[in-house]
Write a protein that binds this ligand. Sequence first.
Ligand code: SF4
Ligand code: FE
Length: 475
Amino acid sequence: MKTKQQYIDSLRRLNLEVYLFGERVSNPVDHPMVVPSMNAVAATYELAQGDVMTAISHLSGERINRFTHIHQSTEDLVRKSRMERLMGAYTGTCFQRCAGMDALNTLSVVTFNIDRAHGTRYHQRFLDFLHYVQKDDLVCDAAMTDAKGDRRLRPAEQADPDMYTRIVGEDREGIVVRGAKLHQTGALNSHEIIVVPTRAMREEDKDYAISFAIPSDTKGVIYIYGRQPSDTRKLEGETYDVGNLSYGGHECLVVFDDVFVPWERVFMCREYDFASQLVETFASYHRQSYACKSGMGDVLIGATQTIAEYNGIADAPHVRDKIVEMNHLNETIYCCSLACAYEGAPEPSGTYYVNSLMANITKLHVTRVPYELARMAHEIAGGAVVTVPSEKDLRNPQIGRFVEKYMRGSPDAPAENRMRVLRLIESLTMGMGASCYLPESMHGAGSPQAQKIMIARQVNLGLKQKAAGRLCGII
Ligand code: SF4
Ligand code: FE
């Protein structure tokens, strides 16, 4: 396994084409806009020890980072949920490495099934790729979400055919692809990009039914860095005004400008009949991963309890009740994630898969709970969460003493501590950290309606009606 430093060094060797604020960035690794997100991924290397964060590879028998592991048991799935929570609480942000793990497990399931149905040889190709990822302890960016264009139209019906990533050329060596993947979490911190389709496909869409992996610095791959609220605070020098001092997340618009993919890296090529299985398998694995948000919830609850103490209101019955309610909601996320892991079962490839219904329930809770926690945090923190002066004002020789005097709450808590924790709550609920805690909870791994569709499909209403009907004598 790589050390944290070896991981950072490995990023330096990449030659990515990155744009930020309209300019090419030659060295993203040291760019202050990117560093916090890199720190968060680096933490997945820093903490890689013990049975939660590591596992034994079923391919090599070697100890590997769990983020590169293929689940061999329900215990593996359970440990994955534990790892998600642990990392969420440790970084207080999105640590960006889960979608890659989920894509690897998805391909482990689906390439096997495609081969069985079509007589193809994708599974062995995938295992060769997996072995490389495990051996070099790589970060994979799972690239799913296409531009989608007019949402009413299918891929082949779009006015611009590049709205979904597609094959535009093919020869004996490989395929050429064009399109874009949006909202790519941690793209700049990744060694490999694993592309998967974003939706079910029909025969007319078959050029869009593709999956492959390429090194992140492959020619023609362009990264356009996405903005986050208050992101230029990162350019103000070291300041606690950023809220979370060390960690953050990032997303990129990733363009595939006629990118060549050799055949040995192609895991699906026009098998449109397996696109929906691939999408649903990935979605379920990734919806389990949102236990990460219970870890972020731990941080927000901790910050809220702290500000309640600093404000002198921690013992007020309604505040105590709200803190209990925050914990109750936050633990619900974790309970759901654990449940879908414990109810997991092996697929024909031998890979363990979560209970898909419960994974969707997990994620649907995640689309609501963090918003509710944020509301309660705001209520307890008070208006200062949006009005607190900057760190520079606190340090100013003329006015610093006034900031110190009037920003103090309870006499035993320094004003600076109170300002720091307010900034953390601000970041998590409406600043840079909120990108990862709120809209990512809403839309990451699919928007709420996507979960409702899967839930509607998977619940057995007939069985429930039978149970009711038997008891009241109508059947
Ligand atoms: Fe992992 Fe959560 Fe970030 Fe998704 S949102 S990559 S599950 S930390
Ligand atoms: Fe995500």
